[in-house]
Design a protein around this ligand. Structure first.
Ligand SMILES: Nc1ncnc2c1ncn2[C@@H]1O[C@H](COP(=O)(O)OP(=O)(O)OP(=O)(O)O)[C@@H](O)[C@H]1O
Ligand SMILES: [Mg+2]
Length: 371
């Protein structure tokens, strides 16, 4: 297995190929882009753990590919023909999330007129992917622990105990051990989730993947936006390869998307030379002829972090700025101001950046990819 996996062109071994559709072949194509030694190793790990019904905790910085890891574990598992359901643990307030996950009985609370089947039940015999698990409300942490222990839970307002057969995958970009130490995450839940831990490295630790990723995103976005295909110039590729991506693969994807939409390879240059460069501030100071104050270093670092967070949220909400502002907990006006300040175009029409169906939270719904 180890030798075969080294070959970039090798297709992953699926338990059943009869249901392969567009999204699955896209997933396969994307996994081929994990060509660095660390990601090849990760692919081998995924192949092994996907066959065994164990809980997996996926960690990594934002935009590194944790969703992709979860999808591929499901897709390579014997459950691949069954549902794959993603739930964000931070997208909804506690009560709504409880209903979303566990369902509710009619009359469970004011306004609960009908029975709602929760995502856990919907995922029965398949996989549930609990994203941003570190943000799960403490009350729900206890309830989830029961599911992990014996597969049992009750709907909100329900008396009977239900049993489900689901594989649980969870992802976090927080240091959960630190959250345990800080008392914000249950230690027993952490150990139940952390049976297998997969850490996805940041893009800066696998720069050799950048050219292939960039070319893939060009191809894909040209298709989506029906633009003529183009070849990235050596200068552009060099700029892309040298950039330090605070937002990881998602940031690279967004840069290419802008490049395709605006039909302008200079976007790569502009993206890195605006007021909020992603190069480390200390490095910027080192190459600048003028001395740089510590205060300025801090200001630039904060700008970098803000820019990455805004881009990530815009991507998640498919450039729905109202919703992005809400999730970022700032006013719409403040978001527009910050976007301008960070050199992020204000005139990006939402339809240009959307090609996939949205779920109820305004996010891409990976469930759609597996149905
Ligand atoms: N190997 C890859 N090939 C193609 N696209 C990729 C690859 N890795 C990541 N991406 C793309 O980068 C973006 C971010 O990936 P993903 O959503 O899996 O990251 P994440 O770690 O879950 O991020 P977050 O912490 O913000 O949830 C997605 O649009 C995804 O399709
Ligand atoms: Mg994710």
């Amino acid at each position: 297995m180890a030798n075969n996996s080294q070959k970039g062109s090798r297709r992953l071994a699926r338990p059943d190929s009869s249901h392969v559709g567009d999204s699955q072949s896209r997933l396969e194509e994307e996994l081929e882009l994990w060509c660095s030694p660390r990601m090849r190793e990760l692919r081998r790990t995924i192949e092994v753990i996907s066959r065994v019904d164990v809980t997996v905790l996926v960690s990594g910085e934002t935009g590194t590919g944790k969703d992709l890891v979860a999808q591929s574990i499901h897709y390579l598992s014997p459950r691949c023909t069954r549902p794959f359901i993603k739930v964000s643990c931070v997208a909804l307030p506690r009560d709504l999330l409880e209903s979303e996950l566990f369902g509710h009985e009619p009359g469970a609370f004011v306004g609960a007129h009908e029975l709602q089947i929760g995502k856990l039940e919907l995922a029965n015999s398949g996989t549930i992917f609990l994203d941003e698990i570190g943000g799960l409300h403490p009350d729900l942490q206890g309830k989830l622990l029961h599911v992990l222990q014996d597969g049992q839970f009750s709907r909100v307002g329900g008396r009977s105990t239900l049993k489900v057969d689901v594989r649980i995958l969870a992802a976090t970009n927080q240091d959960l051990e630190r959250s345990v130490a800080a008392g914000t995450f249950r230690e027993d839940l952490f150990y139940r989730l952390n049976v297998i831990h997969v850490d996805v490295p940041p893009l800066r630790d696998r720069p050799e993947e950048i050219p292939a990723l960039a070319q893939y995103f060009v191809r894909r976005n040209c298709e989506i936006f029906q633009r003529p295909a183009f070849v990235l110039s050596p200068e552009t590729l060099q700029r892309l390869a040298q950039h330090r991506y605070a937002g990881n693969v998602r940031e690279l994807e967004n840069i290419i998307k802008r490049m395709v939409v605006l039909d302008d390879q200079r976007v790569a240059g502009n993206a890195f030379s605006g007021p909020a460069q992603a190069r480390p501030p200390a490095l910027q100071g080192a190459t600048s002829p003028a001395p740089i104050s510590l205060k300025e270093v801090g200001r630039r670092a904060a700008q970098d972090a803000e820019r990455a967070a805004i881009l990530q949220m815009l991507d998640r909400t498919r450039w729905n700025r109202l919703r992005a502002a809400k999730l970022l907990n700032i006013s719409y006006r403040a978001l527009l101001y910050k976007m301008k300040d960070a050199g992020i175009g204000l005139d990006q029409p939402a339809r240009l950046v959307s090609n996939e169906p949205l779920n109820a939270h305004g996010e891409t719904d990976p469930q759609a990819s597996f149905e």
